[in-house]
Design a protein around this ligand. Structure first.
Ligand SMILES: Cc1cc2nc3c(=O)[nH]c(=O)nc-3n(C[C@H](O)[C@H](O)[C@H](O)COP(=O)(O)OP(=O)(O)OC[C@H]3O[C@@H](n4cnc5c(N)ncnc54)[C@H](O)[C@@H]3O)c2cc1C
Length: 498
């Protein structure tokens, strides 16, 4: 059997490891990894870059050794005298070195070949006739991969699409404009040769915004405040350390299986909500009350929570962290109606508790704002490039900056995505991938991540992983969930072999 993995980041590496470790792998099987980067197993987020770029989770959750959940933490201790920085965090490049080391034996396995190229197109062929087909046939499919219009690299029995993050969204149509940095990574290449006296603006203030705050504060001595332009929401809320030991947490794999059995494959949203609130109430905390206390999410609210180290908030945040691994299964157990109710009424509240800036980082950020080194401007409506260079931004007031960095989040709309990725463009054009929600995300089935479409149905040997399947793998923008899905799907695929 010939297998292709497209993309050699965390998803691709996890799928590879799972395939190679499977007892059904045969000696004559071959696996080709298509990846334009030299360094394998790390992708964009964990590639070699500035040491100021930090992981947002504890290393205790980032092991890629299924037999040792603390493997990364132990590796860090062995390799570095002091792996943690003054925010108590570990850098993303360090995680990258760990991943590269742990996955290296798999990439150099004798049945594996690294093809250093980007895949640009895939044809679906009928397995028996090896002719192109545009619909489901009784037999199986095979796939022809092309790295350019002319170059056909090979034909495969199965393909794992692990292409990672889409491009950053270009909401203000500035891509290509001088002085505009549409994607700030790698920071140690894209954010160099900037003068300390330049006025720098950042669009957005999510996780990438925090990276930029760290990067500029540690590497530059800017004369003007680093200014974050946002529509209405400033930085994510502070993560308050939970100082008590206890947490009642009822969700588990078994809980989900039991509830699904009771509900013919579905779990009513009401059950999930009441389990969540009862667990929190067991400690005398009312979720709505705490949400209302801080929902403004502004700097005053953040400062209040940071100063008081509010333990009621900390309890809900700690609980939400424990909930993340179960989110995809819970979400996919909801009825269609409940999914809609959840997305419209509860999702933004969950995000409020789930998306957080680490505590020490929040303290630092508040201090930088107090010192006037960082500022936030709300009400961003329009950005135009100015004829004499730089950019004019219409926010609460009109502003001018010389350099503008995009941190506005990823483009999830497939139609727009094609502009940055020929492969996505071609797969979408041929109806091989279809959008999931309002033109966004790639439709897959759950829990195996088969590509789903109208022409071929659930494609049993074509898989899709990564941020673009977040419409199904709900809340999947973290490393542990990325690792889990790719590993599980590859294992499932090998389990099917006789
Ligand atoms: C900036 C950033 C910071 C993050 N920080 C954290 C964090 O601190 N903690 C956390 O848990 N999660 C974090 N994440 C989440 C992260 O998405 C996942 O942890 C994980 O890296 C995703 O892995 P992936 O393999 O799907 O994508 P990637 O790691 O991006 O890998 C995709 C690979 O596919 C290759 N590729 C793309 N197109 C093609 C093609 N056509 N042909 C061949 N190869 C192709 C790319 O070159 C790339 O190497 C972060 C994400 C980003 C973007």
């Amino acid at each position: 059997m010939k297998i292709a993995i497209v993309g050699g980041g965390l998803s691709g590496a996890s799928a590879l490891k799972s395939l190679l470790n499977h007892p059904n792998l045969k000696k004559e099987d071959t696996i080709d990894i298509y990846e334009p980067r030299d360094i394998l197993g790390v992708g964009l987020p964990y590639g070699p870059d500035d040491e100021s770029l930090m992981l947002n989770v504890s290393p205790d959750y980032l092991s890629v050794d299924d037999n040792d959940p603390l493997d990364f933490s132990k590796w860090l201790k062995e390799k570095y005298k002091e792996p943690f920085n003054d925010e108590g965090l570990v850098s993303r490049p360090k995680f990258g070195y760990y991943l590269a080391e742990r996955f290296e034996p798999y990439f150099s396995h004798r049945q594996v070949t690294h093809i250093k190229a980007s895949v640009q197109d895939i044809d679906v062929l009928d397995a028996e006739t090896k002719e192109k087909t545009h619909y489901k046939q009784s037999g199986q499919h095979v796939y022809r991969l092309k790295t350019s219009e002319e170059t056909i690299e090979g034909t495969y029995d199965a393909v794992f699409l692990a292409v990672g993050h889409p491009e950053y969204a270009d909401y203000y149509h500035l891509k290509g404009t001088e002085g505009y940095i549409s994607n700030p990574y790698p920071a140690n290449k894209k954010l160099v040769n900037i003068g300390n006296d330049e006025r720098i603006g950042v669009i957005g203030s999510g996780a990438t915004g925090i990276d930029l705050m760290r990067f500029f504060t540690r590497n530059y001595d800017l004369k003007h405040p680093l200014t974050f332009y946002v529509q209405d929401q400033g930085f994510y809320f502070a993560d308050i350390p939970y100082e008590r030991e206890r947490l009642r947490f009822s969700f588990s794999k078994e809980w989900i299986t039991r509830e699904k059995e009771k509900g013919s494959g579905l779990i009513p949203l009401e059950n999930i909500l009441s389990t969540f609130t009862k667990d929190i109430q067991a400690f005398g905390v009312d979720v709505s009350k705490i949400y209302n206390r801080y929902k403004a999410g502004n700097l005053t609210a953040i400062k209040k929570a940071v100063d008081s180290k509010d333990q009621e908030l900390a309890l809900i945040q700690a609980y939400t962290s424990k909930l993340i691994p179960y989110l995809p299964s819970l979400y996919n157990s909801l009825s269609g109606q409940d999914k809609q109710t959840y997305l419209t009424k509860y999702y933004s509240k969950l995000l409020f508790f789930k998306s957080r800036v680490p505590y020490e980082t929040s303290v630092w950020l508040l201090d930088l704002i107090k010192q006037g080194k960082v500022q936030i401007k709300y009400g961003l409506k329009e950005i135009q490039s100015s004829e004499d260079g730089g950019f004019i931004l219409q926010a609460s007031e009109s502003d001018r900056v010389g350099r503008l960095i995009n941190a506005a989040g990823f483009e999830m709309r497939l139609e727009k995505n094609g502009k940055g990725s020929t492969l996505i463009y071609n797969l979408f054009r041929k109806n091989i991938i279809m959008p999931h929600q309002n033109g966004r995300f790639v439709l897959i089935d759950w829990p195996h991540a088969h590509v789903l479409n109208q022409n071929y149905g659930a494609m049993q040997s074509l898989f899709f992983f990564g941020l673009l399947v977040g419409g199904t793998q709900h809340g999947n923008n973290d490393a542990p969930l990325t690792y889990q899905l790719a590993s599980r799907s590859a294992k499932w695929f090998m389990d099917q072999r006789k």
